[in-house]
Write a protein that binds this ligand. Sequence first.
Ligand code: AMP
Ligand code: MG
Length: 405
Amino acid sequence: MIAIEHGVEIVMALANSLAKPDRMPAEFVPLTDSLHRILREDVVADSDSPRFDKAIRDGFAVRFEDLSTIPSELQVVAESRAGHSVSGIQVLPSTCCEIMTGAALPEGANAVVMVEHTERLSPGRVRILRGVRDGEGLLRKGAEVCEGERILETGKKIQIPDIGTLASVGKAQVAVSRRPRVAILATGDELVEVSQIPDAAGIRNSNSYTLFAQVTEAGAEPAMLGIARDTLEDLREKIHIGLQQDILLVSGGVSMGKYDFVEDVFAEFGVKVLFDQVAMKPGKPTVFGHCGETFVFGLPGNPVSTMVAFQMFVRPLILHLLKAGDSGSGMLEAQLDAATKRDPARTAVVPALVHFAEGGYRIRTAPWKGSSDLAGLSRANALVVIPQGEGMLGAGERVQFLTME
Ligand code: AMP
Ligand code: MG
C-alpha cells in the first residue's frame, strides 16, 4: 500500500516518460469554442491599447489650464466622435471640442469635461461648470497595454475575460492543447442504465456520469463505453476498445471479490501495473498502470471512492497532458471546526461542509454513511483530507480540502 502523494508521484513520473513533446499537439479552434481550453501560445498585443489618446466621458475636450476660473466659457470649434479621425482639429486657448466616449482626443486638448458639468449656450459656445485635472476624463495611448507586450501566457486556462482579450488582439482562431480522450467503462452485473428501473438486486450506473463530468471539468474529452458485465469475455471486448484512447478509466471490479476480473484482463492485455493499493479511505483498491502509450486506471466501484480516486490521480494527469500551467491538485486550506477521528493506516478523504468566516475557510465533516453514500456527498460542499494517524485531529488544526462546488 502506498501513500497518496507517492501515488501521485508515480503517475506524474510515468506521464513525463510516456508523454512525448507532441503527445497533445496544439490545435486551432475558433475563438467561440476556446472557453476553458488550455492556451498553447503566448499572446502578444498587436497594437497599443488604447490605440490613441481616448475620451472616456461624453463631454468637451479642453485645455485644463483654461478652467482656472469656474464657471468659464469656451468656444466649441469641432466635434470628435468614435470611429472618426481628428486630424486637422486643434484645441487652442479658450476653445474646446465636443467629444464622445471612445473618440480620439484632438491635438491641444489635455482633459475631458463631462457633459453633465457643462451648459450649452449656443451651437458654438459652452459654459463649463467644473474644473478638471490634467488628463482627467481620458486614457492615454498605450495606458492599458503597449504594442508587443505579452498579455496571455501559454498554459493558461482560457477564462471569460481572456475571450475578450483574445478578440481585442485579433485572434479569430486560438491555439489550444488537443484534449486527451478518456474512455469510461463501468463494470458490474448489478448495473442498469439511468433510464431503467433496477430489479431487486440491481442499481443504476452512476459512476459513468460522475466520471464523464469530472473528465469534462478537467478539460479532457470523455468517451462512454457503457457497462461491462463481470465476465472475462465482456471485459476483454470493452477494455480492448478503451485501450485505444489516451486514458482508460474502468470503475469497479478491482477489489477482492470473486468476480472482480478487471486486473486479470489488464494482465492479459499486458498492462504494466505500477500500483494497486493506496493508503486512502475511501479508494484503497485504486489501480494505475499503462499499456503502451495508454494510461490505465482501475477505480474502486463505490461512487464516492471513484470520484475521490479520480480527483487525486486522474485529474492531475489530465492537466499535465494538457500542459496546463496550473496542474495543482486544486486543494485549498481550511481550519478544522471540530476534533475529527483519524485512521491509523489510511488518509481519509471525507465529505465536509466548508464556509468562509473571519478571513479564512472553516470546515467540519458532514453526516455521511460511507463510500456508497452519494446523497451524503451531495449534501456536503467539499471533501476534506484527514491525514492518517493515531487518535484525534484537534479542532483548530489546518487541513486541506477540495471544493465540490
Ligand atoms: P466493486 O468494486 O465492483 O465491487 O463495486 C463496489 C460497489 O460499488 C458495489 O456496491 C457496486 O454495486 C458499486 N458500483 C460499482 N460500479 C458502480 C457504478 N458504475 N455506479 C454505481 N455504483 C457502482
Ligand atoms: Mg463489481
